[in-house]
Design a protein around this ligand. Structure first.
Ligand code: F6P
Length: 319
């Protein structure tokens, strides 16, 4: 292996830059050239390569976002789009591709590996932490800390006014960020896409809490379950308590990566190069019980669901 490519894809996540830095510097350390593909799968389809040297990745360890930029490019699902991209890609004579991204990016990565005969290694990077095969994805810890910090602040004002607050966090398909935020902040209720919820029960529990002397109620909702405004409407027809809502949105995706994410990104970026050079392909590098492990890019989503269910159970039994 003499030359590899790397790209970031899907929603950006704090820690993608440290992962890129680790890929470039680890490869350079063993004499392998690295080309970055700008704007994820869109840049891949256009052959938008940029040479990455140890110098081009200096000063990015602490920066959020991704210097290679990213893009959602659903057109890559079409075979003819992939065939055209393959032709452009092969001209660059690249011996392997590292994709830093989430589930959708790995589906594309699996197709490249299988159809183009290009070894692909994935690095999990998404704030959603919904990727089986790793305990943590890059960006999740930073996003979780942002959400926890926000809810801690909201709690002060909620208590002062005796209000019910609904806080919407990200997670289109996964409630992991929501349930972890709820767990860390002692939220009264958590609403996630993985399990059914019932507003009569939710409001009943909240009213009971007030009857026991609680001075606020905080509900964390994952955007993939429903919206904060829809939750507020349901509460208002069942309770006379004052309600307010906050949508955290993309605030959770920005900012400097946490120390945890910097270490995770550096370990996984380095491991991706190491395993690619060892001949691994069609796999994702992940961290399980503090060990680097490999799992197929094509994975079983139900495992991510089980992790959310465990966290929900933990939240329910300790709230
Ligand atoms: O996949 C990460 C994520 O932040 C999800 O939590 C969220 O639903 C989605 O991306 C938002 O995507 P976009 O930035 O394209 O609106």
């Amino acid at each position: 292996v003499k030359r590899i490519a790397v790209m970031t894809s899907g929603g950006d996540a704090a820690g993608m830059n440290p992962a890129l830095r680790a890929v470039v510097r680890s490869a350079h350390y063993v004499g392998v050239e690295v080309f970055g593909l700008r704007r994820g799968f869109a840049g891949l389809c256009e052959g938008d390569f940029q040479e990455l040297t140890p110098k081009t990745v200096s000063g990015i360890l602490q920066r959020g976002g991704t210097i290679l930029r990213t893009f959602r490019h659903p057109e890559f699902k079409e075979k003819q789009v992939r065939d055209a991209a393959a032709e452009i890609f092969h001209q660059k004579q690249v011996d392997g591709l590292i994709i830093i991204g989430g589930d959708g990016s790995f589906r594309g990565g699996h197709l490249i590996d299988a159809e183009w005969n290009v070894p692909v290694v994935g690095v999990p990077g998404t704030i959603d932490n919904d990727i089986p095969g790793t305990d943590y994805s890059i960006g999740y810890d930073t996003a979780l800390n942002i959400a926890v910090d926000a809810v801690d602040k909201i709690r002060d004002t909620a208590t002062s006014h005796g209000r019910i607050f609904v806080v919407e966090v990200m997670g289109r398909n996964s409630g992991m960020l929501a349930v972890a935020t709820g767990l860390c902040c002692g939220a009264e209720e958590v609403i996630v896409p993985e399990t059914p919820y019932n507003f009569d029960e939710i409001v009943h529990d909240i009213e009971q809490g007030y009857n026991r002397g609680k001075q606020h109620a905080i509900i964390i909702v994952a955007e993939g379950a429903t919206s904060a405004s829809a939750v507020i409407e349901q509460i208002r027809v069942r309770s006379t308590k004052e309600t307010r809502m906050v949508v955290l949105g993309h605030v959770q995706r920005g900012g400097s990566p946490s120390a945890f994410d910097r270490i995770l990104a550096t370990r996984l970026g380095h491991a991706a190069v190491d395993r690619l050079l060892d001949g691994a392909r069609g796999v994702m590098v992940g961290l399980k019980a503090n060990e680097v492990v490999l799992t197929p890019l094509k994975k079983d989503r139900n495992k991510a669901r089980a992790a959310v269910e465990y966290m929900l159970e933990l939240h329910h039994s300790t709230r």
